[in-house]
Design a protein around this ligand. Structure first.
Ligand SMILES: [Zn+2]
Length: 302
């Protein structure tokens, strides 16, 4: 098997279960799940309104990270902007002109209600050029066979001098290398491609980007992986099911059973938050000492 980014040999890394194995590129360190095909219907089955506070909090983090880079009045394209919070912040606080590309029906509907111009497909904005293109925790969902084309397409949609801002899990993270199949971001059903700084440089090479900055960072508390003991219990006994609920649906939960379930779930979420607070200092300390942290941050200038 060859790497779909740089055509070098893929080498077996570890086996997760009967269904999935992981291979790493010998040259660019791209780590890919095999089979490397997508099993999720992002239009219908992905986003869940129950977890809406998470994308909202993450968007605040992304905003604080990049608000000094994205200038007032800029045109911005966000790939996979979920409920549209990041675009909304930029529109309201920086008077930007943001477009969110989001396949999930429920998330894109919400994003539109926030006043963000939203489409389900990148081809809907073909021909437009942007000052900034941003994508946070999306590239790991893309099949390796499509990465180069997607990158090429996005790069061609940048104005000269425009910037491409990316956040994705770091394939070279010390914790990832140590934990392997227990790494919280492995999420085998949805995450297929894990990038390293080297993979990014390989991707960029072909485009002669004039300025790049690649570093790894400690994820925000809100993105601190969620596999606490209590969260595992919650997932086992009260698994989240995807429900299509309208964002402004104020209807009370109709029957006692489902409302009890919801109360229990909220208790689990509350307790797991405290458990997370307990683990966080250790996690933070460990990450602070590592050269390769969990999150890869990439800034490319055209
Ligand atoms: Zn490679």
């Amino acid at each position: 098997m060859l790497c779909k980014i740089c055509d070098s040999e893929l080498i077996f890394n570890f086996k997760l279960n009967e269904k999935y194995e992981y291979y790493k590129c010998s040259a660019c360190n791209l780590l890919t799940r095999v089979p490397d095909s997508l099993n999720i219907d992002y239009q219908n089955d992905y986003t869940n309104i129950e977890i809406i506070s998470k994308p909202r909090n993450l968007s605040k983090k992304y905003y604080s990270l990049f608000s000094s880079i994205i200038r007032e009045g800029a045109s911005v394209l966000e790939l996979g902007g979920s409920f549209g919070f990041f675009c909304q912040y930029l529109n309201n606080r920086k008077f930007c002109n943001c477009i969110n590309i989001e396949p999930s029906k429920i998330a894109s509907e919400y994003s539109q209600k926030l006043g963000v111009e939203t489409y389900d497909n990148i081809d809907s904005v073909k021909g437009q050029l942007f000052d900034f293109i941003v994508t946070f925790h999306v590239l790991e969902h893309i099949e390796p066979a499509h990465i180069k084309d997607l990158f090429q397409k996005l790069y061609s949609m940048l104005k000269t001098g425009g910037q491409f801002l990316i956040i994705t899990p770091n394939a070279e993270s010390i914790r990832f290398k140590k934990l392997r199949n227990k790494f919280e971001w492995l999420s085998p059903e949805e995450h297929i491609s894990f990038f390293s700084a080297k993979t990014m440089r390989k991707l960029i090479e072909a485009h002669q980007a004039c300025d790049i900055q690649i570093y790894s960072a400690i994820p925000a508390f809100t993105h601190f992986p969620h596999t606490t003991f209590i969260e595992k219990l919650r997932r086992k006994y009260l698994p989240t099911q995807v429900q299509i609920i309208k964002y402004n649906d104020q209807e009370k939960i109709k029957n006692l059973k489902s409302s009890l379930k919801q109360i229990l779930k909220n208790c689990f979420h509350g307790f797991s938050f405290f458990e997370k607070c307990f683990y966080f200092p250790f996690y933070f300390f460990y990450e602070s000492l590592s050269k390769e942290k969990d999150e890869l941050v990439v800034i490319i200038k055209k």
